[in-house]
Ligand binder design. Structure first.
Ligand code: HAM
Length: 416
């Protein structure tokens, strides 16, 4: 038996891997426009970090975390999400320093032992941001607009943005009690998990895959304190100013514990059951609760695998070699190899070197890899320091000096 990948884990092969790279590059371009810089955090952290921040009674911590003990007896976990690690790094490295306002992005693998299905993996990639130190609604509006900007820039055409507010430590307890009363009045019809949630985490019942949809229809709506009402209203005004389309959806509660005030989700109806592209929100109390400074924060993460699934339908990643160099016989292998190296140095996507094969087989390899041009190097060509540049699609060819090959191939890019 050969060893195979684990359920829910997968190899990402070209051309799909090229769509991931294109998405990451698009995100990097937009991050720089908004002033976000990369923070690289470990893949493994103390399990306790997630219990205390993601939340002990969340599905992620309760059911989906890959936890294990290491040889030193520490209880560790593979990161199920990026926010707790970034918050820990901010506190541990005293990044609040002279100005607590710091903006970070991260790109990396996350791990959740969920039941795998289309769009849901046990190892998946998140691209995320965390904006620290700005309590103003301008930060909420900025991160939501940034998320939409990246998706548009990457080529995602269809998505919706739903926003909501969860209130704060002042107005949420009143709502919590109303929700407990409401859930108790329906206790008999609730699933076992939701029955438990009444006491531990009533808000989460609205997010339950079984009971959530029916409960959300009838549950009381949260009333906000004046500060939260004003914050939410300003988020909407500023978000409109960015030109981002969105809807207020009071059913968005999110599945993690640390949120207060603004929460949001990006969805695409083209994705089927796993339609959540991205989720995030404000978490003003998290850093303080972790023993750090009282620094407010807001952020999101999107599932790169899901965005790639959307892009794959019409992504045109052009990464085939522009030219494939064929060598006629043993005497020309070395000069042909040197020419490939020179073309690459000159910025041309050049391939070749399949010298274990005869000339005809090398030509077939050129065709198969999708190269635009082929150049055959024989002793005649070496003597003249020039060769025929053959367009493999049209069959046209013209003689070009070696020294002018790179420019001729580059000119063909623009169709000159
Ligand atoms: P989350 O909603 O748990 O939020 O995950 C964000 C996104 O990750 C989801 O919308 C989805 O696209 C993707 N995702 C989650 N689980 C899977 C899976 N099993 N397979 C494929 N994709 C998946 C967070 O993780 C928060 N840390 C976001 C955040 C940042 N909030 C504030 N800052």
């Amino acid at each position: 038996m050969t060893v195979q990948t684990i359920r829910g884990f997968r190899d990402i092969l070209p051309p799909q891997s090229c769509v991931f790279t294109a998405l990451e590059n698009a995100a990097l371009e937009v991050f720089s426009l908004y002033g976000y810089r990369e923070l690289r955090i470990p893949t493994v952290e103390m399990r306790e970090l997630y219990v205390k921040s993601t939340g002990e009674t969340t599905d992620i911590v309760e059911k989906e975390m890959y936890s294990f003990s290491d040889a030193g007896g520490r209880t560790l976990a593979l990161r199920p999400e990026g926010t707790p690690g970034v918050a820990r790094a901010y506190i541990e490295n005293k990044l609040h320093g002279t100005d607590p306002r710091r903006k970070f992005f991260y790109i990396g693998k996350m791990f959740r032992a969920e039941r795998p299905q289309a769009g849901r993996y046990r190892e998946f990639e998140q691209i995320g941001v965390e904006y620290f130190g700005n309590p103003h609604p301008a930060a909420d509006a900025e991160v939501i607009a940034l998320n939409a900007h990246i998706l548009r820039h990457a080529g995602v055409k269809q998505f919706s943005v739903d926003i909501n507010s969860l209130g704060c430590a002042k107005c949420r307890p009143v709502y919590r009690q109303q929700l407990i009363d409401f859930l108790n009045s329906r206790k008999d019809s609730l699933c076992e998990s939701c029955k438990k949630r009444i006491e531990t985490n009533p808000l989460r019942a609205l997010d339950c895959k079984t009971d959530g949809p029916a409960l959300s229809k009838d549950a009381p709506l949260q009333q906000f304190c004046p500060e939260c009402a004003e914050h939410f209203s300003l988020v909407q005004t500023l978000l409109k100013d960015t030109g981002t389309e969105f809807a207020v959806n009071r059913n968005v509660v999110r599945g993690l514990d640390y949120y207060s005030r603004t929460v949001f989700e990006f969805r695409s109806s083209l994705l089927g059951a796993q339609d959540a592209i991205s989720g995030g929100g404000r978490y003003d109390a998290l850093l303080g609760s972790m023993g750090g400074p009282e620094v407010p924060a807001v952020g999101w993460a999107f599932g790169a695998d899901r965005v790639v699934a959307l892009l794959e339908k019409d992504a045109k990643v052009d990464d085939a070699p522009e030219v494939f160099i064929v060598s006629m016989d043993a005497a020309t292998h070395e000069p042909a190899f040197k020419l490939i190296a020179q073309l690459r140095e000159a910025g041309v996507r050049a391939d070749g070197g399949a010298f274990a094969q005869k000339m005809n087989a090398q030509m077939k390899a050129a065709d198969r890899c999708g190269a635009k041009f082929a150049v055959i190097i024989g002793s005649n060509e070496i003597e003249k320091s020039a060769a025929a540049l053959k367009n493999l699609k049209t069959g046209e060819q013209k003689e070009v000096a070696f020294a002018a090959l790179a420019d001729a191939i580059k000119a063909a890019r623009q169709g000159i």
